[in-house]
Design a protein around this ligand. Structure first.
Ligand SMILES: Cc1ncc(C[n+]2csc(CCOP(=O)(O)OP(=O)(O)O)c2C)c(N)n1
Ligand code: SF4
Length: 251
């Protein structure tokens, strides 16, 4: 019989702690597939953030290191400089990367650290109960903006990919979404490319993944997918924002 589904070697066969419909699990799988296909499992080191994916190290069958909130790029920098042959990636939520870790990510890109960053943008702080994040959309309700984010008070949400794409040290910056099978396929290609950029020594690479948090958005999983498509993609457009010389375009 033809086998059409199997667990990637880099993914541990265990039950998930994520909520039903949460896209963190899909992204974990895409990373594991990319690492397997590139044949780099033995030299991959991931940096887990603070947030719902704090337990990311429980899911991967390669080395992982925990970093304090927002400091994953700094930890990744240290590891990559000491072990230049290692394939080093950070896995960070929007509270982690776009709020407390803004300085770290900007300066890692400025220094063109040869690391891969997987940035999970679910427009909210998931783990701590759904507070407003820098990526929360205008009028989006959260526990700290129960009437919706007010632009006059909190400003507009930060577009991290567009910001980092202006930085000369950024070799590859892309934004993808996990809301449909076609977009999951595109996300896979972007994540694999972000690792290939590192393997080619081209510099800093980041893939922003538009994701869902059904629990804190107060939606069923399928409603959350629709909300992502209707509300997040118009404000956070998908695509490749920077592809340095030597990086092929996804088309
Ligand atoms: C220095 C510091 N400040 C605040 C916290 C509390 N904290 C833990 S997780 C989290 C939010 C994480 O949100 P995000 O990065 O968006 O990840 P998600 O849970 O949505 O995946 C916060 C504020 C902390 N652990 N350390
Ligand atoms: S709280 Fe949100 S981000 Fe965290 S596991 Fe649940 S759905 Fe995912």
């Amino acid at each position: 019989m033809k086998q059409v589904f199997s667990i990637p070697e880099s993914l541990a066969p265990r039950l998930t702690h994520y909520c039903p419909g949460c896209t963190h699990g899909i992204i974990h799988r895409l990373i594991a597939e990319a690492v397997d296909e590139l044949g780099v499992r033995e030299r991959t080191i991931g940096i887990a953030p603070v947030g719902c994916s704090v337990l990311a190290y429980d899911y991967f069958q390669f080395d992982m290191q925990q970093a304090a909130h927002g400091r994953a790029p700094a930890v990744a920098t240290g590891i990559k400089r000491v072990l230049p042959d290692a394939v080093v990636f950070t896995y960070q939520g929007d509270g982690d990367l776009a709020s407390i870790g803004t300085a770290e990510i900007v300066h890692a890109a400025m220094r063109s650290e040869k690391i891969t960053v997987v940035f999970v943008n679910n427009a909210i702080y998931g783990m701590t109960g759904g507070q407003m994040a820098p990526t929360t959309l205008v009028n989006q309700k959260t526990t700290t903006s129960p009437y919706g984010r007010r632009e006059s008070h909190a400003g507009k949400p930060i577009r991290v990919s567009e910001m980092l794409a202006t930085i000369p040290g950024a070799a590859y910056i892309a934004r993808v979404a996990l809301n449909s099978p076609a977009n999951v396929g595109r996300a896979k290609r972007a994540i694999k490319k972000a690792f290939e950029v590192q393997l080619a020594g081209l510099g800093f690479a980041m893939v922003e993944c538009l994701s869902t948090c059904p629990t804190n958005w107060g939606m069923a999983p399928h409603e959350a997918m629709k909300w992502l498509e209707a509300n997040m993609i118009p404000y956070f457009p998908l695509g490749e924002f920077r592809t340095a010389e030597g990086v092929a375009s996804n088309g």
